[in-house]
Design a protein around this ligand. Structure first.
Ligand SMILES: [Zn+2]
Ligand SMILES: [Zn+2]
Length: 261
């Protein structure tokens, strides 16, 4: 069987634009064999983008209903994207993506990927303008994800580079940056986690290449890690957006790749 899969999918239950059923119909049209839903898990301090506790129950029921309804056409998985600070009982899920979207400092939760301005203000207000200190705190959380909860896939590991593709905010080749990032990768490799090659920021115009950078992918490869292509889709258009580009990078670096969980 020719496998076509995506395990990083958002819907109207969190911050996506389409319903789960619309996503499934579109995935079938696009030739997908496997589709996993990964709604943003409840985080108490910011409900603007994640599922409330009530919505989470509805989400579970709806995905399970659709899993059965479409079982002859596509394999559907009930997953969840857990933030480092999310709270949720994970027993009912087929798989979990572990991601960091906020860094907490002095009781304030600073979003990593909201906008360049918000990021720079956070660094100035809470990290004395030292962006590498902020980055190190970010990667410390990534590194500690396995201690927070059990999960399968590391989500967009270098999300902190979202607004830095041209190197305007910091130098991804400097030792400070590398040390922080490699430390997290090495720890996650010791837990045998799989890493996403995530194309989500491309369709939204923030980047031209997927997460993570070639440099971090090389580190993953050297540590015998595995990657999985994912869309981080927030709409039907995103379902397989830039998958060819992601595949090209994986092929050129010759990294171990998985397509199903
Ligand atoms: Zn995410
Ligand atoms: Zn996501």
């Amino acid at each position: 069987m020719n496998v076509k899969s995506n395990f990083h999918t958002h819907t109207t239950y969190c911050d996506g634009k389409n319903t789960p059923e619309e996503m499934i119909k579109s995935a079938i049209e696009k030739g997908f064999t496997h589709l996993g839903f990964s709604g943003h898990a409840y985080t108490s301090f910011d409900l603007s983008w994640c599922m409330s506790k009530e919505k989470t129950k509805e989400y579970k029921n709806e995905i399970l209903r659709l899993k059965d309804k479409y079982k002859n056409e596509i394999s559907i998985y009930l997953g969840l994207e857990m933030d480092y600070y999310s709270e949720e009982n994970l027993a009912d899920y087929d798989y979990i993506i572990g991601s960091v979207h906020y860094v907490e400092k002095n009781g304030v939760y600073y979003p990593v990927d909201e906008s360049e301005e918000i990021l720079l203000n956070a660094v100035n207000d809470a990290w004395n303008g030292d962006i590498y200190a902020f980055i190190d705190d970010y990667y410390s959380l990534v590194k500690n994800l396995p201690k927070r909860f059990d999960f399968d896939i590391v989500g967009h590991i270098d999300l902190v580079t979202k607004f830095n593709e041209s190197g305007n905010l910091f130098d991804e080749n400097c030792d400070k940056y590398k040390n922080s990032a490699y430390c997290a990768i090495d720890e996650l490799l010791s837990y045998h986690k799989s890493f996403e090659v995530n194309t989500g920021a491309i369709i939204r115009g923030y980047r031209t290449k997927p997460y993570p950078s070639d440099m971090l992918l090389t580190r993953i490869k050297e540590g015998n890690g595995r990657v999985i292509i994912s869309a981080d889709a927030h709409s039907v258009d995103g379902l397989d957006f830039a998958f060819d580009k992601a595949q090209e990078i994986i092929d050129s670096l010759k990294i171990k790749q998985i397509k199903v969980l």
